[in-house]
Ligand binder design. Structure first.
Ligand code: PRP
Ligand code: XAN
Ligand code: MG
Length: 175
């Protein structure tokens, strides 16, 4: 457990680790696309970077969408949330496709947690459809379509942030 301040990090407080493999993530993204296919059609996909890039690629492939934009937002330093910074907004060309309000545009992120990131992007494009693969209860009301809900005290470990490593046997105190 690494603590940079006296406050425990979100991840340290998280009672439940929820590791997700590439296979599982791909399956969950495909399940998300089945639902989105009922809602569309969409003109374009907007990925909230960086976590939204991977699901956006899979969803875009499955929905046959080739116009993909990004909105680049930084807030968590590993597992501590700071102020949200918009490093790059949605391009004018994409905004025009959504008539300025986001109608017919699909925003994709890997998850909503507190909902702060999702809220900021929703404010940019109020009529866009917002989809995430995972949702925690605080952020869930912001999302139009998601696949799996996890408890607020769960920390999701994504496959691009993790690697295989030795685990002590459960009997010896493994989580
Ligand atoms: O609902 P919230 O509490 O706002 O948290 C959710 C956001 O946090 C993570 O992104 P992060 O800021 O860590 O950046 P990253 O996608 O570049 O990893 C995740 O990918 C979501 O975008
Ligand atoms: O990898 C992550 N897992 C999470 O559960 C989470 N919540 C906010 N940001 C997050 N990043
Ligand atoms: Mg993110």
């Amino acid at each position: 457990m690494v603590e940079r301040n006296s406050e425990p990090s979100v991840q340290d407080r998280a009672g439940r680790p929820f590791p997700v493999s590439w296979d599982q993530f791909h399956r969950d993204c495909r399940a998300l696309t089945w639902r989105l296919n009922e809602v569309g059609p969409f003109h374009a996909v907007i990925a909230i970077t960086r976590g939204g890039l991977v699901p956006a690629a899979i969803v875009a492939r499955e929905l046959g969408l080739r116009v993909i934009d990004t909105v680049c937002i930084a807030s968590y330093d590993h597992d501590k949330q700071g102020d949200l910074k918009v490093l790059k907004g949605i391009s004018e060309q994409t905004a025009k496709l959504g008539g300025g309000t986001g109608k017919g545009l699909l925003i994709v992120d890997d998850l909503v947690d507190t909902g702060k990131t999702g809220k900021l992007v929703r404010e940019m494009l109020p009529d866009a459809h917002f989809a995430t693969v995972y949702a925690k209860p605080k952020g869930r009301p912001l999302v139009d379509t998601y696949i799996t809900e996890v408890s607020q005290d769960t920390w999701i470990f994504f496959p691009w942030d993790t690697a295989l490593s030795f685990q002590p046997p459960i009997r010896d105190g493994a989580a």
